[in-house]
Design a binder for this molecule. Sequence first.
Ligand code: 2AM
Ligand code: MG
Length: 284
Amino acid sequence: MEDPWQKPYDFAVSVARKAGAEIRKAGESEIKVCTKSSTVDLVTKTDERVEKIIIGSLKEEFGEGTHCFIGEESVAKGESCILTDKPTWIIDPVDGTTNFVHGFPFVAVSIAFAVNKQLEFGVIYSCLEDKMYKARRGKGAFCDDEPIQVSDVKDINKSIIISEHGTDRTPEKVKKIFSTMQKILCIPVHGLRGSGTAATNMCLVATGAVEAFFEIGIHCWDIAAGAVIVQEAGGILLDVDGGPFDLMSRRMVSANNDVIAKRIIKEIEIFPAERDDAPVQKKC
Ligand SMILES: Nc1ncnc2c1ncn2[C@@H]1O[C@H](CO)[C@@H](O)[C@H]1OP(=O)(O)O
Ligand SMILES: [Mg+2]
């Protein structure tokens, strides 16, 4: 039977590369910064322009009627963030906007594709490093066409764990985030890290550079492509309470195996985050 998703997959890789080149070029000139939900939730004209380029290219190739689009900047402007059974592209044009603004060298384009609410493939282009990560469901994960595999470490004392601080600086939330990090650090683990982009963090899990990445507050566009890449590299995804991973829940633990994941979960202090598909938004 003909493989219906090979063409969209290949196209996503070329669009991600094109978008990454735009981001690199934009980083050479002065970057005008605006804010979204808080004074530390940054957005630039590049985020908006690159999302338009990506969605425009995909619509031109695959038609507007049959495919749906969930993009970070489109949702910020009031578009739907409901995942339906239709073929749906989930896009973060610039993951790591704060890094981009500051010239911190980890910025990624993240493009995922879901059908019947199941993720079929994910493409992450770490554009400043020029590394292309990609995975299709059931077909393995790759970085620059080389197969990648999660680490085989099962001893938490021999692990590196990634998390981020997010953009919500409510003192109670920050306290919980730091308390969790303190507890994990003191297990002890070899180290705590954070690249500033969820997409890149998940690629680091997938290549075995770190054992796990967890966060509360991330959005579906930050992790959708990474979810396929981590799983296809042999890793697992769970909710921060140990239950099944839910793409729209804004909570996730991605890890090399369930021993590491469950050990981290024991230490996570959970705080509420409104779901991406909370009912205020309209349907696709
Ligand atoms: N409110 C939030 N809390 C936590 N992480 C968030 C967040 N909003 C965005 N992120 C994403 O999480 C990572 C850093 O915490 C980045 O990938 C960032 O994506 P962004 O750069 O596309 O905004
Ligand atoms: Mg993002």
